[in-house]
Design a protein around this ligand. Sequence first.
Ligand code: SF4
Ligand code: SF4
Length: 357
Amino acid sequence: MAKAPRMPIESGCPDPIQYMHPTMRRNYGQWVYHDRPRPGVLHHTSKNHEEIWTVRCGTSRQMDVYTIRKLADIADEFADGHVRFTMRSNVEYMVADEAKVESLIEALTESGFPVGGTGPSVTMISHTQGWLHCDIPGTDASGIVKSLMDEMHEEFTREEMPNRVHMTTSCCQINCGGQGDIALNVQHTKPPKINHDLVANVCERPTVVARCPVAAIRPAMVNGKPTLEVDEKKCICCGACFPPCPPMQINDPEYSKIALWIGGKNSNARSKPSFHKLVASNLPNNPPRWPEVTAVVKNILSIYKEDARDWERMGEWVDRIGWPAFFEKTGLPFTKFHINDWKGARHELNSSAYIRF
Ligand code: SF4
Ligand code: SF4
């Protein structure tokens, strides 16, 4: 372990060691096992017979300063000031005394922060930043997360799933949200509409042309002004041209939908990592509560919970029962959108569930 803390650089986080709980610092790399005494609590034991308990709670993901202060006050009062925020926007408190665990859980629960998200549960949904900082979102990813977790928080506080369920949401088809047991991604179904009056003033046309993955964009002249045109037969409606050229508007209240993919996994525990696969498309992108999306997710989760064997992740369960059985059990229709008829499909990552021609 370095003696002097690593200095922060312009991008990237500062050295976390300096902020760790002293028990974690003393036992860095020395942990021998951990168990879960109850949902939402992890208990680690080190080679030196030191122990630490981590209590995990969920949040509303995007928080005002008063909520963050409340979380920090709970840390000061019940966990000697030790708190950390996880990638999934869970908040974890560390205590080295088992007697402090119950009062910490009570304080969190009374303040409206559910304790859970460990073990075989639906943990907090990771989502991309969307309208907060990105230039291409087609929906409010954090709003979908809030709506879903409002309906499913009991699956967060209990450990009753066959294995852990990691969900992601992404607000465009570039999908910086990554792979998930269940992934909700925006699906554009129409090529961009071009505002020709603005292109010449706003866009670097060669940059936009270069951005298209299927070479569907060409320079053009309209009403004597330089602009762009899209070959709609080639366009795969990915939305990549919109960030460098906002006049190529692709987000549309009617034609931008939500697609649902399942079976993705980053870890190599039990089985190799896997890509998620499309199971439902054309779901309405329907703020503020996205009821259609929520209904499909809850249906898939209830069938998985009932049908999967202990410790089977979502993708492993489908691998065992087969895709026809998955569609039969969930009642989801198998449609033409599950068929990949893109002529480059034979050369892309050969790991999807798509039928190929
Ligand atoms: S998923 Fe797309 S729109 Fe959302 S933050 Fe990532 S790149 Fe931006
Ligand atoms: S939406 Fe994608 S495929 Fe269509 S023109 Fe734009 S960059 Fe090309």
